[in-house]
Each structure stands twice: as C-alpha cells, then as structure tokens.
Design a protein around this ligand. Structure first.
Ligand code: CAP
Ligand code: MG
Length: 362
C-alpha cells in the first residue's frame, strides 16, 4: 500500500526517462513549475539548481532542455525577431553586419557618435555598446544616446542607409525599465541587456513593456563560467532558449569556433537552433556571432550559420588600416561577397578595403 509520502513523491518528482552512456534524460511534472509568479528564475531552480553542488556528484552538465506548449505559452518571446529586425533595417536577405565600439571603454560621447557615423557611412547595419559600458563618467549614457542618434540620423539623411545601435542599460532590477525608457526617449534605436549579470527578468520586463518600441539585443557576458567546461555546467543552448522566451530579439551565440572566444561548433549550432527552432508560434531570435571576427572570417561564418545571423566585429573594424570607415566597408563587402557566393579574394580585386583587410587578417 502506498503512503501519502509515496503519492507525493510519485506526483512531483522528476522521472528518469532514458539513460544512454553518460547522458540522462529527465522529465518533470508540470505541477513543479510556478509560471505566473516564478517564471524563469523558478524554472532554473528546478532544472538547474542545487544538483550542481551535490557532494555525491563529481560533475554534471545540463546539455539541453525542451519545454512543452503549456510552459512556452506563458512567454511572449521576441517582438521583432529575425523578420522584425530585417524590416527595421530594410535588409531582407543578407546577414546583418555590425560593430562593437572600440576602444571598448574610454571614448567620449562625441568620439562614440563619430565612430557610429563612420560605421554607418561604411555600410554597417548595427552598432552596440560593449558589455562593460553603461553610464561611466567619461561617457554618460544620456549624452551617448543623443550623440549616436544624431550620427544615425546623419547617415540616413546623407545616404538613405539605415543603422541601429544597442544601448547597454544593464543595471539593478528596479531601475532597468526606467533607464531603457529614458534611452528610447532620447533616441536609442535598440536596447541591450547583459542577460546573465542583469537577469532573465531584466530582459523580460523590457521586452514586455508596451512603452518599449525598439528591438532588444542580448549579450551573454559571464556565460563561460557556466558553459566552458564540457564536464560541468550549463550549455548556452538552454540559456539562449530561455532568453528567447523572455523576448531577446538578437542573442549572442558565439562564432562556431571561428573567432577569438573559446567555442565549439556543435555547441553553437545547438544555440542557433534554440534561437530559431519551431516553438509553438514564437518568433525566432536573431543569432549574433561576435568575438574576434574580422572580414577574413565572414565567408566561413556564413557557410556554417547561413544568412539569418548578425555578424559583428569590434577590433575587426577599428583595426583596419584605413580606419573605422574602411573597416566598416571591408566587413560590409565581406558580407556582400559571402551572400552572393563570391570568394572574398575574388571580390577583393574590385574592393580595396576588403583587399587590405584580407592582407592584414587573411
Ligand atoms: C567582441 C566583444 C564581445 C564578444 C563576447 C568583445 O569584440 O564585444 O564581448 O563577442 O563573446 O568585447 O570582445 P571583438 P560572445 O569583435 O573586438 O572581438 O559573443 O561569444 O559572448
Ligand atoms: Mg564586448
């Protein structure tokens, strides 16, 4: 005869569904989750909580997770997603191509605005703050937003070309929405959140607030503390999927081992899938490939990841022998070549900026 404790255990405990080699599949009853008050923090406490510290386990890694409709429908997901970002930028097919403003910290708002102006004139579609920059004295957020918005307007009025820039608003939870609203009011065309340091709720509160009308770019600074070890931790695909559910329009997924950051192609492919896989009608997020990228790596990235990505280069733009505009042109040319299936070396014959970039980095 089963006791009350047995019944509770049966109803609420996770069940091992399958074990193959050292991989174990576990299913949790839906009753374990508290979605209205709780959400992602509570989901993570169930599926990725104390087990990482259990004395009895030498190491354990959460490799992947699948959520049923009943959980997914509690989340709104991205408002723009891939199609929405493409439509904002009037760029229907080619990969988006962006920069991270370097030096990553230290530029004044004026220097920053000039950088974005040059990037836009060179043909980039996206700029973003570095994760380390928010509201330092040398580059206050409000002044920076205005300088960047002015630069973006100048590019648009002089050439018709569109570029947006993500302003990093990562801060304490009770202030982040206010900061995002203020940034938008002053002209921010995209908002950036560092999801692991600011929290999933930080992305969600901005994405779901009706006053915010611009896309959200999600950086993953600190992720390697969870993801780098293949023995212990959490795969980025799990956290990327949750970020998409919380409303991230563009999410960093790595460079498939091509750039400077430690990365494994298969892991990054899983993360890209988490951004785009069918999810009960939820919009797909745009995968952002960043970290040590330069024009010579673009064709490889497009070959692996396809065109529905945002390719970014910070040093790979600023380090160009012809300066930021030359670097921006070289990146944009590399993306044009890759999108048309033309080898970069051949395309470079008629494009001096790309030629110089390939000479430097190729
Ligand atoms: C890239 C970057 C990003 C990395 C992080 C940087 O700059 O802005 O933080 O992309 O990696 O500061 O390093 P560079 P990931 O283009 O100059 O390398 O996207 O994998 O989280
Ligand atoms: Mg950075």
């Amino acid at each position: 005869m089963s006791t009350l404790e047995d019944d509770i255990f049966e109803a609420y405990s996770g069940k091992v569904i399958d074990v193959h080699d050292d991989l174990c599949e576990i299913a949790y009853p839906i009753a374990d989750f508290s979605l209205d008050i709780g959400g992602v923090p509570q989901i993570l406490s169930v599926i990725a909580g104390n087990l990482f510290g259990l004395d009895a386990l030498k190491a354990v890694r959460l490799e992947d997770c699948v959520f049923p409709r009943v959980i997914v429908k509690e989340f709104k997901g991205p408002r723009f997603g891939i199609e929405g970002m493409r439509s904002v930028l009037n760029r229907p097919e080619k990969p988006l191509v962006g920069t991270i403003v370097k030096p990553k910290i230290g530029l004044t708002p004026k220097g920053y605005g000039d950088y974005i102006y040059e990037s836009g004139m060179g043909g980039l579609t996206n700029g973003k703050d570095d994760e380390t920059l928010v509201n330092q004295e040398f580059c206050p957020l409000e002044e920076r937003v205005v300088a960047i918005a002015t630069a973006i307007d100048r590019v648009r009025s002089e050439t018709g070309h569109r570029i947006i820039h993500a302003i990093n608003v990562s801060t304490r939870g009770d202030k982040i929405l206010e900061v995002a609203e203020r940034a938008q009011e002053l002209g921010a065309s995209e908002i950036m959140v560092d999801v692991l340091t600011a929290g999933f709720a930080a992305v969600q509160v901005i994405a779901e607030d009706p006053s915010i009308k611009v896309p959200i770019h999600v950086h993953r600074t600190m992720h390697a503390a969870f993801t780098r070890s293949k023995e212990h931790g959490i795969a980025w695909s799990v956290l990327a999927r949750l970020t998409r559910m919380c409303g991230g329009d563009a999410i960093h997924i790595g460079t498939f081992g091509v750039g400077k950051m430690q990365g494994v192609s298969l892991e990054d492919q899983k993360s890209q899938m988490a951004c785009v896989e069918p999810m009960y009608g939820m919009k797909p997020s745009l995968s952002v490939c960043s970290g040590g990228v330069h024009p010579a790596l673009v064709s490889k990235l497009v070959e692996i990841a396809g065109k529905d990505i945002q390719i970014q280069a910070g040093g790979g733009v600023a380090g160009h022998p012809m300066g930021v505009r030359g670097g921006a042109k070289a990146m944009a040319q590399a993306v044009d070549a890759a999108s048309s299936g033309i080898p970069a070396l051949e395309y470079a014959k008629d494009h001096p900026e790309l030629r110089l970039a390939l000479e430097k980095w190729g």
